[in-house]
Design a protein around this ligand. Structure first.
Ligand SMILES: [Zn+2]
Length: 209
């Protein structure tokens, strides 16, 4: 990770924390179906992270919980991933990395900041990570039906990163990556890329042709 941890960056980006899940995707100009997919997965993701937080809370009194808690979170995230699609190598690597990011930040901060064991944080993670999974799934679906090009779209509001405004409307061959800031991204919120400065809380999406 870069200087800032996943969660710390999350909080700086937004200046506030989670929004109601059914409102989070509204600014995205995508179909109702695509929004509903994201909402359903965000809710499951939130619940998986909440279950992990409760696990920590409940078992902390019995002492050593680091490894079992991390495994519990990993199992929860993998089941959310597999609710969207079959977990290929990319998504298995993603599940490993996001588990470590969430768990490490939780262990480091839970004593000093109640946010790290809060529903607010679980919701925030769910909203953000659901976009990562669905952007990836939609790219696979487009490849399956023979689409050859993809276009980057932004919600167009003032919190869109400058680096994402710079690729707004850009169309490239579907198998290539977008050059976004310092990162190369196959999709917005690319689950394969560990570049939080270009991915956390990104609400950009792809269209295909
Ligand atoms: Zn974006």
């Amino acid at each position: 990770m870069s200087v800032l941890s996943f969660d710390e960056l999350n909080r700086l980006e937004k200046k506030r924390r989670s929004e109601p899940i059914d409102e989070y995707y509204e600014p995205m100009h995508i179909s109702r179906q695509r929004k509903n997919n994201r909402i359903r997965t965000a809710e499951k993701y939130r619940d998986a992270v909440l279950a992990y937080m409760h696990f920590i809370d409940e078992y902390a009194q019995y002492g050593y919980i680091d490894i079992p808690a991390k495994q519990y979170l990993h199992d929860g995230i993998l089941s959310v991933v597999e609710d969207v699609m079959i977990a290929d190598r990319v998504l298995r690597d993603y599940a490993d990395r996001i588990t470590s990011d969430i768990h490490d930040a939780t262990m480091r901060n839970k004593e000093k900041d109640p946010y790290f064991l809060s529903e607010d944080r679980a919701t925030f993670i769910g909203e953000d990570e659901s976009n990562a999974l669905w952007n990836y799934e939609e790219l696979q679906e487009a490849l399956d039906v023979g689409m050859t090009r993809k276009t980057w779209n932004t919600v167009g509001d003032r919190v869109v990163r400058d680096t994402h405004k710079a690729v707004r409307g850009k169309t490239i061959p579907i198998e290539k990556a977008f050059s976004v800031g310092e990162a190369m991204l196959m999709t917005p919120r690319d689950p394969e890329v560990d570049a939080p400065e270009e991915t956390v809380n990104c609400r950009c999406w792809l269209t295909f042709s």
